[in-house]
Ligand binder design. Structure first.
Ligand code: SAM
Length: 368
C-alpha cells in the first residue's frame, strides 16, 4: 500500500515500482489530469513541443513467426505481398518531397537471404532518393548480430524491437512455445542493437489478457534498466482469426468499457514513461487511434513526441492488418499528412519537418 498522494509522487526525481503501480492505477479524473499535465511539462522541459514524423512503410506481410495475437502471423490466411524496390523508391521519394525527416521500414519477420538482401536494397534506395537526408528506423524483428551490423553500416540508425511484455509467463501465454518465440532472445537482440550503436527502441502491448499493472510497472523499469532511447507501445487490439481472439472475447476485452480502459492505460503508460525516463522519444502509435479517434492527440498531450503516419501505398494497406479496425486503410499518404498535421496543431504542438528528431537520451548517453 502506498501512503503517498499523486502530487508527492509526481514531484519525486526517482520512482519505485510501488510508485509506478500507484500511478498506473489512478482512477479519478483529477488525478489522471495531474499525471498528464506533469508528463507534458516534462516533455517541454527535456525535449520541446516539436513532434517528428516517421513515415511508416509496411513493405511485406510474409512472416515466419506465429504470435498468437497478430493478424499477419504465419498461420493466418491473408494474401501475402512483398513490395518492389520501385515501390520503396516511390514512398520514400514522397516522404522526402513532403519534408518528412525519417521513414520507418516495417514488415513481417523473415531471416532468409532474399529478405536480408531486399532490406539492404531498400535501405540503400531510401538513402539514394533523399541524398542521405531521410533518417531510417527499422522494425524488422529478431535478426543475427551480423545482419543488424550490415543494416547499420548501410546507415539505418534506429531500431524498434518491442519486447511485447517482460513477464515470462505472460510472454509464453501469447506466443507459441518454441525457440523461435523466446523472450530471452529478444532481450539479447536489444543488447546487440545497442552494442552496434543504434538508437534502440522497445515497447509493450498494453491491456493483454491477464496482464496486470504490476507487470506493466516491471516493463517500465526494464526500459530504464536497459537504458532504452525510444519507446513504441500501444494498446493490445483484438484480431479476428487469431488464437488470442477467443480468449480476449471471453474476458470481455471487446466491450466499449474495456477498450476505453486500454486506451486510458496506454496513455498512462506514455505519461509515466515520460516522467520516469524523461528524455527518450515516445511514439503515439496508430493502435491508439484504432481504439479512440482522438488517441494520437491524447498521446501527444500525455508526453509522446513521435508520430508514424502510414505512407504504405494504398493497394497494400488492407493486407497489412495486424489487428481489427486499423485506421487509415483507405487513405493516401497525402491524406495522412494533412490529417496528422491538424492533429498535432490541435494540441499546441508543432511538426519538426525535415529533421531527424533523434532521441536526446541517445545523444546524451553517447557523450558520457
Ligand atoms: N515482426 C517484427 C517484430 O516483432 O518487431 C515487426 C512487425 S510486428 C507486426 C510489429 C508490432 O505489431 C509487434 O511488435 C506488436 O507489438 C504489434 N502488434 C501485432 N499484433 C498486434 C495486436 N493484435 N494488437 C496490438 N499490437 C499488435
Amino acid at each position: 500500500m502506498n501512503n503517498k498522494n499523486v502530487s508527492t509522487i509526481l514531484n519525486q526525481s526517482t520512482f519505485s515500482k510501488e510508485d509506478i503501480v500507484f500511478l498506473l492505477d489512478l482512477s479519478s479524473d483529477n488525478d489522471i489530469d495531474l499525471l498528464f499535465k506533469k508528463a507534458y511539462e516534462v516533455k517541454l522541459q527535456h525535449l520541446s513541443n516539436e513532434a517528428y514524423f516517421r513515415g511508416l512503410i509496411e513493405f511485406s506481410n510474409y512472416c515466419i513467426k506465429d504470435c498468437l495475437y497478430c493478424g499477419i502471423r504465419k498461420s493466418s490466411e491473408v494474401k501475402r505481398f512483398l513490395m518492389s524496390i520501385d515501390d520503396i523508391s516511390k514512398m520514400s521519394t514522397w516522404a522526402f518531397n513532403n519534408n518528412y525527416g525519417s521513414v520507418t521500414l516495417q514488415s513481417g519477420e523473415r531471416t532468409d537471404k532474399d529478405f536480408i538482401e531486399f532490406s539492404n536494397q531498400a535501405i540503400k534506395e531510401i538513402k539514394k532518393v533523399s541524398n542521405d537526408a531521410l533518417g531510417i528506423t527499422l522494425c524488422l524483428g529478431e535478426q543475427s548480430y551480423d545482419v543488424y551490423q550490415k543494416w547499420f553500416d548501410l546507415k539505418a540508425h534506429r531500431y524498434l524491437l518491442r519486447i511485447e511484455t517482460t513477464n515470462e509467463q505472460l510472454y509464453k501465454s501469447i506466443h507459441p512455445n518454441d525457440s523461435l518465440h523466446s523472450l530471452n532472445n529478444r532481450i539479447d537482440c536489444l543488447k546487440s542493437l545497442k552494442k552496434i550503436g543504434y538508437q534502440v527502441g522497445t515497447g509493450v502491448m498494453i491491456g493483454l489478457p491477464n496482464q496486470t499493472t504490476d507487470m506493466l510497472a516491471d516493463d517500465i523499469l526494464f526500459f530504464k534498466k536497459m537504458d532504452i532511447d525510444m519507446i513504441g507501445m500501444g494498446p493490445f487490439i483484438l484480431s479476428k482469426d487469431t488464437p488470442l481472439y477467443d480468449k480476449a472475447i471471453s474476458l470481455g476485452l471487446d466491450s466499449t468499457e474495456a477498450k476505453k480502459y486500454r486506451t486510458l492505460l496506454s496513455l498512462k503508460m506514455i505519461a509515466i514513461c515520460r516522467i520516469v525516463l524523461k528524455d527518450v522519444n515516445i511514439a503515439a502509435t496508430t493502435a491508439l487511434q484504432a481504439l479512440d479517434p482522438l488517441g494520437r492527440e491524447k498521446g501527444l498531450k500525455a508526453g509522446a513526441n513521435i508520430l508514424m503516419p502510414i505512407i504504405t501505398l494504398p493497394k497494400f494497406r488492407k493486407d497489412y492488418q495486424l489487428y481489427d479496425d486499423k485506421p487509415c486503410l483507405d487513405d493516401t499518404a497525402d491524406h495522412c499528412k494533412v490529417c496528422l498535421s491538424s492533429r498535432v496543431h490541435s494540441v499546441g504542438d508543432v511538426i519538426g519537418f525535415n529533421k531527424w528528431g533523434d532521441s536526446p537520451h541517445f545523444k546524451k548517453r553517447n557523450l558520457l
